[in-house]
Design a protein around this ligand. Structure first.
Ligand SMILES: Nc1ncnc2c1ncn2[C@@H]1O[C@H](COP(=O)(O)OP(=O)(O)OP(=O)(O)O)[C@@H](O)[C@H]1O
Ligand SMILES: [Mg+2]
Length: 421
């Protein structure tokens, strides 16, 4: 049945041959959350969300997967929305503002082409309908339309509510065009909210609370006051049973052990999957032995990640290490340039011989912070500093603040932002 549908879609797309490639992302590889998606889609389209919805959850917990595979289909199916997706992580080498503008521009162009074709088929040169006016022969306007104009025109031409999803919205804070794009979207939102039809909704995600909180709580930010919500992570008996079922009938770990292992894996499905697979590969164990093995495999995975972080620390100078430790200890209260913080940094550095202690000054602390941002251990948008990944805080606190053992020869910063599970 599915194949027939694909062939039909291929014909619609004008493809001259069928697509024989295997589906890599088999349905079974993803645990679906249609109930949650339905509720969130309804909430996003409700009058309560006129300001825009901002969702956060820690790294690698399945935000993008849920949005792409559950939420977007729910918005399209249940609300007939036209969903645009700006993935600022995937296109992080580009200016985030330009990515947003381009995503909207391309969607509008595609819609105009579709509408133009439809009108030409009717042999009309001009179409006028409530809210829509399109002249086929008219040359393109020279002036670039504003985001407000583009979004309104797109919504009118499609006859649908446009939902713009911005994945990893905190990246907008890295460039002036990115920040500007948010202001333009705010202007668009305010204008379109005043229309009699629901034309526009914004949904933005970010990987940790501290990174995007300032976007909705800082009075200089475009989306001050927008709704910030923690996105529910995977979990629960259905999910755990589903994951267990992926590893064959010989894998009989208890729900309690699965739950514990999922927690050890920081509720990240890919890491959890790897731990289950490793435990399941040793067949013919009693359930208790399998439970113990699963927990051991999960801990080993996390220990390996910690080691990666610790190798990256060894490539840092002592002051950078101390500043990083201060951030791990203080979190949101991090004020590294204040005198008490400077004293604490000096204390941490007393593990070094006096003549090897670096200078602790405003300038050297600023330089250390720049260095940490460059190494992608610390993040700074327009707001306060934050650890690049939230779990770094507890891992850093397990170690002495400053490592006095010199970095092993050849130790380099590992890939600064691995998308490791
Ligand atoms: N519902 C799911 N079922 C099974 N596996 C999943 C599910 N959601 C995510 N995963 C797995 O977890 C990995 C991370 O998912 P995803 O990229 O969606 O997370 P994220 O929170 O957006 O990550 P990041 O913080 O890097 O943006 C995916 O590659 C996928 O293997
Ligand atoms: Mg993501």
């Amino acid at each position: 049945m599915l194949q027939v549908l694909h062939r039909f879609l291929d014909r619609l797309r004008g493809a001259s041959r069928t697509d024989d490639r295997v589906h890599v992302l088999a349905e079974r590889a993803l645990f679906r959350r249609p109930g949650l998606a339905g509720r969130m889609a309804a909430e996003l389209m409700s009058p309560a969300q006129t300001s825009g919805m901002f969702l956060t959850a820690p790294r690698r917990t399945g935000k993008s997967t849920f949005i792409r595979h559950d939420l977007v289909p729910a918005l399209e199916r249940e609300h007939r929305a036209l969903v645009l997706y700006a993935d600022l992580w995937d296109r992080r080498e580009e200016d985030p503002g330009a990515v947003i503008v381009e995503v909207i521009g391309q969607a509008l162009k595609a819609q105009e082409d579709r509408s133009g074709r439809a009108i030409r088929r009717l042999s009309l040169s001009r179409l006028k309908a409530p809210g829509v006016e399109l002249e086929v022969a008219r040359p393109r306007e020279e002036r670039q339309p504003s985001l407000r104009e583009s979004l309104e025109r797109l919504s009118d031409l499609a006859g649908k509510t446009v939902v713009l999803v911005i994945d990893e919205v905190q990246h907008t804070q890295a460039t002036s065009l990115g920040r500007e794009a948010l202001y333009m979207l705010k202007a668009a939102r305010d204008h379109l909210n005043a229309c009699d039809k629901l034309k526009f909704r914004l949904l933005a995600t970010g990987s940790h609370n501290e990174k995007i909180e300032c976007l909705v709580s800082d009075k200089h930010q475009a989306f001050l006051g927008a709704h910030l919500e923690a996105m529910p992570t995977l979990g629960g008996a259905d999910y755990l049973r589903w994951e267990r079922g992926l590893h064959g009938p010989g894998f009989t770990a208890s729900l309690e052990a699965l739950e514990q292992a999922f927690e050890i894996c920081l509720r990240r499905p890919a890491a959890f999957h790897r731990a289950c697979r490793a435990a399941a590969s040793e067949q013919r164990l009693e359930r208790e032995a399998q439970d113990r093995l699963l927990l051991r495999r999960a801990s080993e995975l996390i220990d390996a990640e910690k080691r990666q972080l610790f190798v990256r620390l060894q490539a840092l100078g002592p002051l950078e290490q101390a500043v990083l430790r201060l951030l791990a200890e203080d979190g949101r209260d991090f004020t590294p340039l204040f005198p008490p913080a400077k004293e604490r940094l000096k204390d941490m550095l007393t593990v070094l011989p006096p003549d090897e202690r670096p200078d602790v000054s405003t300038t050297s602390i600023r330089a250390a912070l720049d260095q940490l941002c460059e190494a992608r251990l610390v993040w700074r948008g327009d707001g306060p500093y934050a650890l690049e990944e939230s779990q770094f805080a507890s891992w850093l606190l397990e170690r002495p603040p400053v490592d006095t053992i010199p970095a092993p020869l050849g130790a380099e910063l590992l890939d600064p932002s691995p998308k490791a599970a």
